[in-house]
Design a protein around this ligand. Sequence first.
Ligand SMILES: [Zn+2]
Length: 308
Amino acid sequence: MTTRLYSHPIFLEHLTPPGHPERPDRLRAIARRLEDPDFDGLDRVEPTAADEQLVLLAHPESHLDRIKAAIPEEGLTRIDSDTTLSPRSFEAVMTAIGASNAAVDDVFGRKADNVFVAARPPGHHAEAEKAMGFCFFNQAAIAARYAQKTHGAERVAIIDWDVHHGNGTQDIFWSDPSVLYCSTHQLPLFPGTGAKGETGVGNIVNAPLSPRDGGSQFRDAFTSRVLPALANFRPDLVIISAGFDAHHRDPLAEINLVEDDFDWATGKLMDVAYRSANGRLVSLLEGGYDLEGLSSSVATHVKRLMKG
Ligand SMILES: [Zn+2]
């Protein structure tokens, strides 16, 4: 097994206001954890920034222009009450897109069996025409379309276990049957979407969890809704929107997952990838705001990716 890890110092240069949960220390905590000798076998690569035109795979040019124009020369620009841009945010997000697209190239080109992208800002709340929820462009959506355009993927599955619903990914693929979007998330919670009845053209599977649910409800949601949809869809590529804010320590939500739940779900999605996608799996960091819960969950997730 070769597991590739993408990270880059530019991801620390996307700044948020003091006290904001989506902060550079998240990636520092992950990097420290992945220094453990257990991870010596990781293939560590620094990504390069994507061409701006690749944003247009999932967003109109007006959205790209709006974000570019909002980048401040100094200080922070506020897009909404919790989403801000700093002087190097554009470079950071374009490098995050470069990393997730390179990960797609890697698994199709057999340079890696699977890839974890430790980037920020996250992307799954970014709708086609709207930045929100700490997100500007939707890296998972762009990567899915990039796989279709560049590698001839016909069916891409995006599985999102971040504790918040990926309204952005759902919005972008709402009427696109070539992409299956499956999400487990807490409801009610920001952004408020993700009810079971939101099904797109039959390609959206929402499996909401209730506050205080834990591993057994999460695994039930996977087993009864997410995994059957994936078995039926037979993706050529599996993309995980891997947020770790459903961890019991996380301050932003009330779901009580433990590391073993992420290990289990990772294994199940690797099985899906082996059955129809030659093992091709790309995992993109989304949320996760308790530094200990985040870093130990990422470590468990990556260990499972490396083990096969
Ligand atoms: Zn989240």
